[in-house]
Design a protein around this ligand. Structure first.
Ligand code: GLA
Length: 451
């Protein structure tokens, strides 16, 4: 899909490409980041989410090569050059390296591209704040995938591509769901997207015109280290273990084998919260307790989970709180779609607050800074505010009446960045307020080829 004329920012990347390589780019690609309004950590459980594509995007200017080499250059100095042959795409760079996102796209598409595949030389410019929970990495994967398809003259249906890239991104080590790639590929101006999974389905939900979405970065980076990955990946694992225990219980109860992959697969089977609580709770489980309840040996469990080992959190597997968060958050997404469709920003606001509280106390993915930001946003008149994305740092999303946005941004800047953060984490504010720490965004169109 080719869209519109290049924006001034894109023209800058185009010019820089010409300047660096002395040939004009023959492809320009943009892929937006996303912000999730509600539905956190529901996607990999098979429940819906409600994100929108934001007006901060990854941009690429590139040329097709006649060989199988990939050369990645970046306008931002912090991201050094990377190069590899397509045949080496499966060998990752070090953990967290930006080149791995390009490799993930190549791996995801390897069966779709006729051999011998052609590579490219590309210049990237990233305007999606990194490590902020705004899916800069998925935008990068999506942009690389569109480029790879373009240089090899292959078309893939967008829904299919979103599913493919969600699986491919697991190459970088996160066991995420499919929200980020779908939001970046399928964004719709003026709309949030209700996204359902397995199979992927998308329905645009109009945003109330009298409100804007404001993103506030806590400036605590959501880290991409090994221990951060473990903390993130622990949640999908805990949910999967909850599914196994519930299946065992339901098989006994119904007298027929009940098997399921994800929590949403159990939604059609009658199961009260009290029953779930007695199966999963009340306390965190050690591996021994877990195996005992499952009546399984460790090798059996590992085979079912398709894992070599069982990463065990020091504070045990917290199955009940994770379960409660997911099923209630899923119900909140349905209610949020209705609230938006009825233009009821107050109802939407209440749902966002309940979501944040649940992310904080049941899913345990908030931080003191995110909690403070949410409080400050509500004090200054946001209809609703909550952390957004994977958590453990990153951003909040707030719904703010259009006419209040200017004052809201000024008040949050004063109370959070200049007062709270400057005192508690002065190093984050050493060079003043970073660009894009706080901004209002429109919902924009999904990724595309411009040239
Ligand atoms: C990350 C993942 C998504 C989703 C969110 C939490 O962004 O990539 O798939 O799980 O966390 O909602």
């Amino acid at each position: 899909m080719t869209t519109a004329t290049p924006s001034p920012e894109m023209q800058r990347v185009q010019k820089e490409f010409l300047h660096r390589f002395a040939v004009p780019a023959d492809a320009l690609i943009r892929a937006p980041g996303r912000v999730n309004l509600i539905g956190e950590h529901t996607d990999y459980n098979g429940y819906p989410v409600l994100p929108l594509a934001i007006d901060r995007e990854i941009r690429i200017a590139a040329i097709r090569r006649s060989d199988d080499q990939v050369r990645l250059h970046n306008c931002r100095r912090a991201f050094g050059e990377r190069s590899f042959a397509l045949s080496e795409a499966a060998v990752p760079f070090t953990l967290g390296d930006w080149g791995n996102y390009a490799k993930a796209a190549m791996i995801g598409l390897q069966d779709r591209i006729p051999h011998p595949a052609r590579g490219f030389t590309a210049l990237f410019d990233g305007a999606v704040p990194p490590a902020a929970g705004l899916s800069s990495s998925s935008a990068l994967v999506v942009a690389c995938a569109l480029l790879f398809l373009h240089v090899n003259e292959v078309q893939v249906d967008r829904l299919e591509l979103a599913e493919l890239l969600a699986r491919a991104e697991q190459f970088v080590g996160t066991a995420g769901g499919g929200m980020d790639q779908a939001a970046s590929l399928l964004g719709r101006p003026g709309h949030a997207l209700k996204i359902d999974f397995f199979p992927l389905r998308v329905r645009p939900v109009a945003l109330p015109g009298a409100y804007r979405v404001v993103i506030c970065n806590s400036l605590i980076a959501a880290p991409k280290t090994e221990s951060a990955l473990l903390e993130y990946n622990r949640r999908p694992l805990e949910c999967r273990l909850a599914v196994l225990l519930l299946c065992r219980y339901l098989s006994h109860k119904t007298g027929r084998p009940v098997s399921a992959q994800r929590l949403a697969d159990l939604a059609a089977i009658p199961l009260t919260e009290e029953e779930a609580a007695s199966v999963l709770g009340p306390n965190p489980l050690s591996p021994a307790q877990l195996l005992d309840r499952l009546q399984m040996s460790l090798p059996e469990l590992l085979r079912i989970l398709d894992r070599a080992a069982l990463p065990t959190p020091a504070d045990g597997f917290k199955l009940l709180p994770r379960y409660l968060h997911v099923v209630h958050e899923a119900a909140r997404v349905q209610a949020a779609c209705q609230a938006l469709e009825q233009g009821d920003a107050e109802a939407m606001g209440r749902l966002m607050e309940a979501s944040h509280a649940s992310c904080r106390s049941l899913y345990e993915i908030s931080t003191a800074e995110l909690d403070r930001l949410v409080e400050i946003a509500l004090e200054h008149g946001a209809a609703g505010s909550r952390l957004t994305g994977a958590g453990f740092g990153g951003c909040t999303v707030s719904l703010v009446a259009r006419e209040k946005v200017h004052d809201f941004i000024a008040a949050v800047t004063r109370d959070y960045y200049e007062t709270f953060l400057a005192k508690h984490k002065p190093e984050t504010m050493e060079n003043g307020l970073p660009q894009d720490a706080i901004f209002a965004t429109d919902a924009v169109a999904g990724a595309g080829l411009i040239l």
